[in-house]
Design a protein around this ligand. Structure first.
Ligand code: FAD
Length: 481
């Protein structure tokens, strides 16, 4: 029997598994998809928020500021792309200036370090490509950018190296209470655990209601984006927000850790849980709003549009609590933005609740708290040469846009939580993330996956179950269309 079973492996499930794997506990993580970091965690703005936005006194305010400082440390230890670039909230008129002063005061109360209000000149000196219409800005030096799915995978991989068991393609569809434990059913498989952590994101209300009386409801809200080519990545060096509205933090313009420019999101309620389609109207709104901040963005350099869905609840705060009608069943739900930033701090909060329900926490003596990863592109010429001499696979560039080598792809395939799809490789080592979006390297990645995993080529999927790349009648040794 497991001590703790975690349902869902987005950033919240992964952070919980990582923090829990420091202790002598038997942990299971059950994820419905064929890879981790496949829900909201892979489609968001990728910002490590400074923490001036949430209302003082809320869990969001407290956990945002704590999470911000924890992510910096975790990213360093686990080789995750992270950059503390700072953020600005722009004011375009007197009303906006009032909002900025309110955010400043909130930031001070929430404990955001180094926050200050700048006038227009100071702001433009920092970011010359901003609109000259601005009247000033709120500057938060602790705002940062991160690779969200890499952070999730790094924490999950580390949890696995420290003994946690991960089960993919495992949708929890039935839960039973036994005398002292829970039975979690995934189709015909069953896992028994003394405590359960519900980190099922957009489905956390459904999962909760499998065993307990309804206590909250998730209201999905979609946000759409442009991802622009690296040619636009240098337009700004910080995360550029406009003043927040009732529906969120508004449309931002930000560099990404890979040197691209991300622009978005809008906020559309009433879409389905898993509706990640984009619409012309939504993208038009994003474009028109963004150029108010940075007029020179060239949207013809767009390389991808995508959408993510916020798991809002009817409560105004994160829901981090044990169910009133199912003891030992803890929900981490309604984790909308700044959920990515707060994830490691939410995990600590969850551990406190587990402890209060009687879970005995004994620290492991041999906890592994590091992750090494080759990033060929970032090495010096001498380092590259030495690496290729040791392993010639590092000398074969597979993804030309992002300079990802076969060595890095093979490393990814043999990492703790085995990636089995082309997009799972993209999440782990960036192959296919560039200008051509995998048009060139996709088939090569597919071949390498098939070779390394001993799979027939046609069984290597693009991403989710059923997303076959090669279809048609198969013949020994090849595919006939
Ligand atoms: C548009 C947008 C922009 C955002 N920008 C930011 C930002 O810049 N900074 C920030 O801090 N936050 C941001 N957020 C919020 C952040 O992305 C989320 O808070 C975070 O990703 C939530 O993670 P999660 O693990 O709860 O959910 P998810 O990543 O969705 O993970 C839940 C997992 O549970 C699995 N699951 C569901 N049901 C079951 C089941 N029955 N059995 C097994 N598994 C199941 C799913 O497959 C999924 O993998 C943004 C969100 C959106 C939508």
């Amino acid at each position: 029997m497991y001590d703790v079973a975690i349902i869902g492996c987005g950033i919240i499930g992964a952070a919980t598994a990582y923090e829990l794997s420091r202790y002598d506990l038997k942990i299971a993580v059950l994820e419905k998809e064929n890879d981790i970091a496949d829900g909201t965690t892979k489609a968001n703005s990728a910002i490590v928020h400074a923490g001036y936005d949430p209302e003082p006194g809320t869990a969001m305010a407290r956990l945002n500021v704590l999470g911000n400082s924890m992510i910096e440390e975790i990213a360093k230890k686990l080789s995750v792309h992270y950059e503390k670039c700072g953020s600005l909230v722009l004011a375009f008129n007197e009303d906006d200036l009032h909002v900025i002063y309110r955010l400043y005061r909130q930031g001070v109360i929430n404990g955001v370090p180094g926050i200050q209000v700048l006038n227009a000149r100071q702001t433009l000196d920092m970011e010359p490509n901003l609109s000259t219409e601005i009247k000033g800005a709120l500057y938060a030096p602790s705002g940062a950018i991160v690779n969200p799915w890499e952070l999730c995978i790094a924490m999950a991989d580390t949890a696995k190296r420290n003994g946690a068991d991960f089960f993919l393609n495992s949708r929890v569809d039935r839960i039973e209470r036994t005398g002292t434990a829970y039975r979690l059913y995934c189709g015909d498989k069953m896992y028994e655990a003394a405590r359960v952590v519900n980190a099922a994101g957009l489905h956390s209300d459904d999962v909760h209601n499998l065993i307990a009386d309804p206590e909250f409801r998730i209201i999905p809200s979609k946000g759409q984006y442009y991802l622009l080519d690296k040619s636009q990545g240098g337009l700004v060096s910080k995360v550029i927000f406009q003043c927040p509205s009732k529906v969120g933090k508004g449309v931002l313009v930000s560099p990404t850790v890979h040197g691209n420019l991300i622009v978005g999101p809008d906020a559309v309620e009433g879409t389905g849980d898993d509706d990640v389609s984009t619409t012309q109207a939504g993208l038009d709104f994003v474009r028109e709003t963004a150029v108010r901040s940075v007029p020179g963005i060239n949207f013809r350099e767009s390389i991808r549009n995508f959408a993510g869905v916020r798991a809002q609840s009817e409560r105004k705060d994160f829901i981090i609590e044990e169910s009133k009608t199912a003891r030992g069943f803890i929900s981490l739900a309604g984790i909308k933005s700044p959920g990515l930033t707060s994830a490691p701090a939410i995990a600590l909060e969850c551990i406190k609740i587990l402890q209060s329900t009687g879970v005995f926490l004994k620290k492991k003596e041999n906890f592994i708290d590091e992750r090494k990863k080759v990033n060929f592109k970032a090495l010096s010429p001498d380092e590259k040469e030495a690496l290729i001499e040791k392993n010639p696979l590092y000398g074969r560039v597979i993804c030309r846009c992002e300079t990802v080598t076969e060595g890095e792809i093979v490393d990814a395939i043999h990492s703790p939580i085995t990636p089995r799809t082309v997009d799972a490789i993209k999440k782990r080592c960036n192959a296919g993330m560039g200008r051509c979006q995998g048009g060139f390297c996709g088939p090569r990645v597919q071949e390498i996956l098939a070779r390394e995993l001993g799979l027939p080529l046609e069984e290597v999927l693009l991403n989710k179950q059923g997303t076959y790349i090669l279809t048609g009648e198969t013949k020994k040794g090849g595919v006939r269309q």
